[in-house]
Design a protein around this ligand. Structure first.
Ligand SMILES: Cc1ncc(COP(=O)(O)O)c(C=O)c1O
Length: 422
């Protein structure tokens, strides 16, 4: 790659890497860790770890209900994290930010409540449109919804080069379509989808648009207003935050029309034995004690990403991805599943090597300290589209160096020689 092409790299990568204690550890008998599994879960900077430890050491109490100093501090920290999420997403209101357990729960929340009651309730004859490149978390909840309501599930296919096939958009998005749901960035193919364009078409027929931003939020500036989404979800552990916390952002008008998802403490206005009334959003959707320290950690994570800058993160990711695609192209028998142009691609690259099982590739790489994922990456339909059961996936992040990509490429050359491929 030329110097100009490399100009997207983050200038102070070593300083950034030093923020992540795990990146300096060794594995496989003393080899430096090469972590290329960030689409699966990202590593955590010290500031996230410290913020969570400090919260537990000094401010731990339940939120909203405790009438003492610690309760007030915990509530302030928890609700402060909601403000951070709202700013991160450019949400019109902090009340539109619901904390969930993860992205899967957020998607289940919307798919379930759309089936149950309210003005947006789906029924027979209605259509939900998804895509063939979704994570299972954005397929199965909609299958359950359509099975329960008698609605029909349809989907956009995938082109040979790993993009959404929009050629039949007029057949899929019609006045019967009530929900259009899609991933912004594919966790398997890496494809970045034209979310705003699809949302515009969906809104023309009055459908609501649900966007899975689990792979987008870590690496692209996400502006919920500009995206055209009515509901957008992401998961904390992929944005350098902890596990156990996810986010559902929803347009106020949509959230107010949905019935509660789970019942319990904090989501009520009043409870009588005959019936209850519910708290306004966001609390209507947050039954029980929420993941407090996880939300606080997520707040610290999003502040950290914002400090580095999502544009800068995206530029770094694109540069590393372009470099990786170039390196992978030198390996005989290797084929990439997904777009070959880094320009409209995220940092996940799934590939196959003819004659070697993906699990064997991952195991040989692991013996050299390189962590990648092998399997179906919770995207079985997308693998089936390309006629394969599984693949190996490398996924970089803004802390990934070009030297780590070189190590991967050398590891793949070694894998080929290990399996005596000609
Ligand atoms: C695109 C996409 N959607 C949803 C999910 C589910 O995230 P979680 O397991 O944290 O709910 C993932 C996780 O890999 C993902 O990549």
């Amino acid at each position: 790659m030329t110097t100009t092409q490399l100009s997207g790299l983050l200038p102070e990568l070593e300083v950034i890497r030093a923020d992540f204690p795990i990146l300096s550890r060794t594995v496989a008998g003393g080899l430096p860790l090469v972590y290329l599994d960030s689409a699966n879960t990202s590593q955590k900077p010290q500031v996230v770890i410290d913020t969570m430890v400090d919260h537990l050491e000094r401010h731990n109490a339940n939120v909203a209900r405790a009438m003492h100093t610690l309760g007030a501090e915990a509530t302030e920290a928890f609700e402060g994290a909601r403000d951070v999420v709202a700013r991160f997403l450019n949400a019109p209101s902090r009340d539109e930010v619901i904390f969930t357990k993860n992205a899967s729960e957020a998607l289940n929340l919307v798919a379930n409540t759309l089936a149950w009651a309210g003005p947006l309730q789906l029924g027979e004859g209605d259509v939900v449109v998804t895509t063939e490149m979704e994570h299972h978390s954005n397929i199965v909840p909609w299958q359950l919804l359509t099975e329960r309501t008698g609605a029909t599930l349809k989907w956009f296919g995938i082109t040979d080069d790993g993009r959404l096939d929009l050629s039949n958009i007029d057949e899929l998005i019609t006045e019967r379509t009530k929900v259009v749901t899609l991933t912004w960035v594919s966790n398997m193919l890496g494809t970045i989808n034209p979310v705003a364009e699809i949302a515009r078409r969906a809104h023309e027929v009055g459908a609501i648009v649900v966007v899975d931003a689990s792979q987008a939020a870590p690496q692209l500036p996400v502006d919920v207003v500009a995206s055209g989404a009515d509901v957008l979800v992401f998961t904390g552990h992929k944005v350098v935050g902890p596990t156990g916390i996810g986010v559902l952002w929803g347009r106020r008008s949509v959230l107010e029309q949905l019935p509660p998802f789970l019942g319990g403490g904090e989501m009520i206005e009043t409870v009588r034995m005959e019936r209850s009334t519910y708290a306004p959003i966001p609390h209507k959707f947050e039954a029980g004690t929420p993941p407090i320290v996880e939300a606080v950690g997520l707040g610290a994570a999003l502040e950290y990403l914002t400090h580095i800058g999502l544009d800068a993160i995206h530029a770094h990711e694109q540069t590393v991805t372009a470099y990786a695609l170039e390196g992978l192209a030198t390996i005989p028998g290797l084929s990439v599943l997904g777009p070959l142009d880094a320009a409209d691609r995220g940092g996940a690259i799934s590939f196959e090597i003819a004659g070697v099982h993906p699990h064997d590739i991952a195991q040989v790489l692991d013996s050299r300290g390189i962590a990648v994922r092998a399997g179906h990456h919770c995207a079985k339909p997308a693998h089936a589209r390309f006629g394969v059961q599984s693949s190996t996936r490398m996924s970089s992040y803004f802390y990934t160096s070009l030297a780590e990509i070189d190590a991967l490429v050398a590891g793949l050359e070694y894998t080929r020689s290990y399996f005596k491929l000609s």
